[in-house]
Write a protein that binds this ligand. Structure first.
Ligand code: IPT
Length: 985
């Protein structure tokens, strides 16, 4: 039944008639042809009205006077026109699960609001005889969000829905020589909106290319390339009878619909993306296709390509650009693939819609496994317990089938695509089963995927999102997942390949625990069957560039929004790699280097593991270096050679005779030659290890003086303490005295998630970690020492931390003056929260901005995210130590600190760790300011350099949309000790 129509005069009932389209021709592949094509991208005339009822009278008429209209680029998302400024066409809105419009109840007709922003587009273009003489002319729209009704030269062509799917209208009867006028009415809301509830900015418009295509008589309208590999290549191209197929590089000439075997070809894999340029010709048209020979199969519970099990070191990728939204140019698409390949990513799930078609050409070329997902998500029906959910309501099944057919038909010729995904978060229903059945019939050469196939009845793989570590272990060990209901491993899923379609939520600072997932699911041993890795959520932060920083949900006055949950990527909005991406490369990357610094003598100190599934390592050279406090003292190459896939090499690096306590061995693997995704010299993998000196030489110090009491407190070497025993001056510089610090500005992964049992950040705030009251309970001289005892506790709470600060004035052998701190912290009572850290924070002069340390760096690192960090001597400024997460939060920690210097023009502080090695962060603002700021532009230096030194730091985890951190990673109250020597600079 048609909703809205009876009640609203002139209402376009197609908006809600649950019919996918009317007018477009049957879906087919996008082919690269020599037939004439006219790109209609450019400046169009545009007017936005509040409702489809209000489109200007006659605007579809070629002679309509559109001087009242304004210019708008096509393709574009209309809300991305000056969104933070005048926003002439409305502003973007970010929602995750919630629908942006009211949802139909199960027994109701589908309606969409009358207030339905509608863009009226007009475009005038000239065509020549190459079009008017063609047998057929098609008008192709690659992406219009969400409903388009189309007219050419005043005649209506029809309408289409399916925002990220192609629609082609036959305009043969309407196109004319010379001037043509195209008019399109695009409405923001339609019944399609209920199938497009993806977690993203809701935007509208003609956001992908529009093209006019001349179709010759005897042309090639569609092809289906079947290029398989089984120790040799086999080719069959379904196409027009009699069309000639040539592959010059392989000396192949054949015809469509004929199967040929090709002995001398090489296979295509994501690691070795060998493509052959082929032509398919009729008397009137030549189409070029890039062929990659490969066979995807499910072998027992393995996904195999060309007979080899593959592992997905993957990411979920939305299309995003901070200034153009979901309209992407080729340069941006290439940037994504280059960055992915450089960081060891080998697979993409196109969450949750087919990408721009050009992107898939590039995936074939760069080499990446693609799990191609249909444009489908109905997540918001979850709130009504999935009642009325389209995938279980037969009124919608034509729409669902239309979507999957358009998905598969457009992209079926890409070797990179190895699996089809029905969509995301749309619950289970007959509709999904029908989609899957259609795909299996149309293209049995790929596996099918749908995470919501909870009964594991439909698809070829078993897919889970955000599993807890114990669940991954249970799958690996074939035991029952603790707490899962119904208990998996009892049905068909037992025999299916397993992958995580989403895991490791890269929101803000994180994801942590990548190494833990890697160990369990990415198969360091290769022989484990079934475990196929997964896809990190997600590739990019969808921040919107406002000119002064990035905006997120709620910044445009949306009445309903999901805040910064849209900024959860491995790259920042401008595609700067985040520390999370570096950690991904270091943990998931296929080339693995392990160093045992203590065994350099034994001939097995270095292990190189080729975790690739196909390619050997002949493209890489392995270099070792021994650095002494940052200075390279010895270097050489390792002869790893053409180590075959899944093989391991062991060797050694010479151990220097005289090993110092600042000596590090670093081994890296670099590209020998330029590749399409990185220049020669690009480092694919790097690992370091500390060389342990035979006996650790410690700093030689002697006591320089005893504490001296004066009218204001105590003097101790270059330091002065007030009467409460607080260190307040250092070599003449005023300090904000060090206090015990248990707090970190909550990271996104500390905040709530429906999947976490706890909101770590809220519990920490409730426990008062950010408002500890520090009370000196005693100050006394004990021989050479000044011993200060403090009690730190929050208002209203009786649990506390007792800290004993033992200070002593010292002088080093080389004459440096300083003090030594022995700090012992002891928790009393029950601490109800996980802690952000157990450390000390003090305020240094703002001018002390130069930072140099020996420890893990140069990138920030945390206890569960430290594989990307390298041991060594690192130099920075305080400003450069900050990672500007879109939502300000704890960042910038560096661990394993042996020595740290902060200095400015008039002095500084050098800190040497004698015992266990602490972590540090240095910031121009406090943790409280970091917490209070909601956007980067609100952070202002406050006149201090705040130095935090942690005895222990909390992990990152993935709790913003995932399980709690592994128990052994969690930081609970516990006794700690710190032993630091502070020297004047
Ligand atoms: C999961 C969604 O599939 C994805 O689109 C995104 O929203 C992600 O969460 C969070 O960023 S669904 C979630 C309920 C597990």
């Amino acid at each position: 039944m048609v909703a809205n129509a009876d009640t609203a005069h002139g209402y376009d009932d197609a908006l809600t008639n649950l019919i996918p389209w009317d007018g477009p021709i049957a879906p087919r592949a996008h082919l690269h042809t020599d037939a004439p094509a006219l790109d209609l991208s450019g400046t169009w005339r545009f007017r936005l009205v509040d409702s489809p009822h209000e489109t200007p009278e006659g605007f579809t008429d070629p002679e309509f006077d559109d001087r009242d209209f304004v210019d708008l680029a096509v393709p574009s998302c209309w809300q991305m026109t000056d969104p933070a400024g005048d926003a002439p066409f409305g502003r973007p809105a970010y929602l995750n699960v919630n629908y942006p419009i009211p949802v139909p109840a199960p027994d109701e007709d589908v309606v969409v609001p009358d207030e339905n922003p509608t863009g009226c587009y007009r475009h005038t273009f000239d065509v020549g005889s190459d079009f008017t003489d063609a047998e057929r002319v098609l008008l192709r729209f690659e992406g219009v969000d969400s409903f388009a009704r189309v007219w050419l030269n005043g005649t209506e062509l029809g309408w289409t829905k399916g925002s990220r799917l192609t629609a082609e209208f036959d305009v043969t009867a309407h196109v004319r020589p010379g001037r043509n006028v195209l008019a399109v009415a695009v409405s923001q809301w339609s019944d399609g909106t209920f199938l497009e509830d993806q977690d993203m900015w809701r935007m509208s418009g003609i956001f992908r290319e529009v093209t006019l295509l001349a179709r010759p008589h005897d042309g090639i309208d569609d092809l289906f390339v079947h290029a398989s590999w089984d120790d040799g290549a086999t080719l069959l191209i379904d196409g027009p009878e009699g069309a000639t197929v040539t592959i010059p590089e392989l000396d192949v000439t054949t015809s469509c619909n004929t199967t040929v075997t090709i002995p001398n070809a090489q296979p295509w894999t994501a690691e070795t993306p060998k493509l052959y340029d082929a032509t398919v010709s009729t008397s009137t048209e030549t189409v070029t296709v890039r062929i990659g020979f490969r066979t995807v199969a499910i072998d027992a519970d393995n996904i195999v390509v060309n007979g080899e099990k593959i592992i997905f070191r993957g990411v979920n990728r939305h299309e995003w650009h901070p200034r153009t939204g979901r309209t992407l140019d080729e340069e941006t698409m290439r940037a994504d693939l280059e960055l992915m390949k450089r960081h060891g990513i080998n697979a993409i799930r196109t969450s949750h819609y087919p990408p721009n078609a050009r992107f898939l050409d590039l995936c074939d070329e760069y080499g990446v496994w693609v799990l191609l997902e249909c444009d489908l998500e109905t997540h918001g029906f979850e709130w009504s317990d999935w009642k009325g959910n389209p995938t279980g309501d037969d009124r919608w099944y034509d729409c669902l089938l239309n979507r999957i057919q358009r998905t598969v038909e457009r992209d079926k010729n890409h070797p990179a695509i190895i699996g089809w995904s029905m969509g995301n978060e749309s619950h289970t229903g007959e509709g999904i089963r029908l989609m899957n059945e259609w795909v299996k019939h149309r293209d049995p050469s790929r596996f099918t995927h749908y995470e919501g196939d909870y009964a594991h009845a439909i698809c070829d793989v078993w897919s889970i999102m955000y599993p807890a570590m114990e669940w991954v272990e249970a799958v690996r060990d074939r035991t029952v997942m603790p707490g899962a209901d119904p208990a998996p491993q009892t049905g068909r899923e037992r025999g299916l390949p397993f992958l995580m379609c989403e895991f490791a939520h890269a929101m803000g600072n994180g994801p942590g625990e990548l190494a833990d997932y890697e160990e369990r699911c990415f198969d360091p041993h290769f022989h484990r069957d079934r475990m196929h890795g997964g896809f990190v959520w997600e590739w990019i932060d969808h921040g919107i560039d406002t000119g002064r920083g990035y905006a997120y949900g709620g910044d445009f006055g949306e009445p309903l929004h999901d805040s910064n949950f849209v900024c959860d990527g491995l790259v920042m909005p401008d595609r700067t790699p985040s520390p999370g991406l570096l950690e991904f490369a270091a943990t998931m990357g296929a080339v693995r280097i392990e160093i045992d610094g203590d065994h350099q003598h034994d001939g097995n100190g270095v292990t190189v593991i080729n975790r690739r599934d196909f390619a050997d390592l002949s493209d890489l050279e392995f270099r070792w270096q021994i650095l002494d406090d940052g200075e390279c003292v010895q270097a050489g190459m390792l002869d790893v050679g053409a180590l075959a896939a899944h093989h391991t090499w062991t060797g050694t690096v010479p151990r220097p005779d005289d090993v110092t306590d600042r000596m590090v061995v670093v081994v890296d693997a670099r590209l020998i030659d330029d590749t399409i995704w990185a220049p020669a010299g690009h480092v694919v993998a790097r690992t370091s290890a500390l060389l342990t000196p035979p006996s650790r030489p410690s700093l030689h110090v002697s006591t320089s003086s005893q504490p001296r009491r004066d009218g204001h407190g105590w003097s101790l070497g270059p330091a002065h303490f007030d009467r409460r025993g607080r260190l307040v001056t250092w070599g003449g510089a005023d300090l904000v005295a060090p206090v015990l610090d248990l707090f970190r500005a909550p990271i996104d992964n500390d905040r709530a998630s429906s999947l976490a049992r706890d909101n770590i950040g809220d519990v920490a705030l409730a426990a008062g970690l950010n408002r500890l009251v520090h009370t000196t309970t005693s100050v006394r001289q004990d021989g050479d020492d000044l011993v200060v005892v403090t009690r730190s506790a929050a208002a209203a709470a009786s649990n506390s931390m007792l800290a004993t600060w033992t200070w002593r004035a010292i002088r080093t052998d080389d004459g440096s003056e300083g003090i030594h701190l022995g700090l012992h912290v002891d928790p009393r009572g029950h601490w109800p929260a996980m802690l952000g850290r157990i450390g000390v924070t003090m305020g240094l002069p703002a001018e002390w901005t130069n930072v140099s340390w020996f420890g893990l760096g140069p990138t920030e690192n945390y206890p569960d995210s430290q594989r990307a960090a390298i041991w060594g001597r690192w130099n920075s400024t305080v400003a450069d130590l900050q990672t500007p997460y879109v939502m300000p939060q704890e960042n910038g920690l560096r661990q394993g600190i042996h020595e740290l210097t902060l200095s400015g023009p008039d002095g500084g502080l050098r800190l040497i760790a004698d015992g266990s090695k602490p972590a540090f962060a240095a910031r121009p603002w406090t943790s409280q300011a970091l917490m209070d700021a909601t956007h980067t532009w609100q952070l202002e230096p406050d006149g201090h350099t705040w130095l935090t030194v942690d005895a222990i730091s909390a992990p990152l985890g993935s709790t913003s949309c995932g399980p709690m951190p592994i128990m052994s990673h969690r930081l609970y109250a516990q006794p700690v000790d710190l032993s630091l020597t502070l020297l004047l600079v």
